[in-house]
Write a protein that binds this ligand. Structure first.
Ligand code: HEM
Length: 123
């Protein structure tokens, strides 16, 4: 039997959409990281949709449009502190719980995302 990707296990495109749609309003309300984001959040949502699809093992949508992700480099214009990484992960935790993703899957996704979040710390 072929092993399913995390992307397939969580429910593919529909779930990644839900995560992104739920995550950014929470981010915008967050006093620690909200102010870093532009008022027009649509383009950020779309890029995150493409990126997370690929990051969770779905089709490489982000790379097809934007080339190598180089996500740490793309975050260098922003001061990413440990406090901000914690806040980002806290918002993601809320989003995953809000969409009522399976609890075990919530933990796996947060674990996968905490690697890059702390790796992006640059200040
Ligand atoms: C550690 C805390 C983080 C902070 C404070 C943060 C903040 C930001 C900010 C301010 C932007 C730019 C928004 C704009 O276009 O003006 C951005 C873009 C983005 N972030 Fe983060 N981020 C964090 C972690 C992450 C993580 C963990 C991921 C995914 C694993 C991620 C994925 C993205 C993507 C895909 C973009 C769009 C990149 C592009 O322009 O192509 N970020 N982030």
């Amino acid at each position: 039997m072929e092993e399913k990707s995390l992307y397939e296990v969580i429910g593919g495109e529909a779930t990644v959409r839900k995560i992104v749609e739920t995550f950014y309003p929470i981010v915008q309300e967050n006093s620690v990281i909200g102010p870093l984001f532009p008022a027009d959040i649509m383009p950020v949502k779309e890029k995150q949709f493409l990126f997370l699809t690929q990051f969770f093992g779905g089709p490489p949508l982000y790379s097809e449009q934007y080339g190598h992700p180089m996500m740490r480099a793309r975050h260098l214009p922003f001061e990413i502190t440990r406090e901000r990484a914690d806040a980002w992960l806290g918002c993601m935790k809320k989003a995953l719980s809000t969409i009522e993703l399976d609890k075990q899957l919530q933990a796996i996704l947060l674990e996968r995302l905490s690697g890059p979040a702390y790796h992006f710390i640059n200040s």
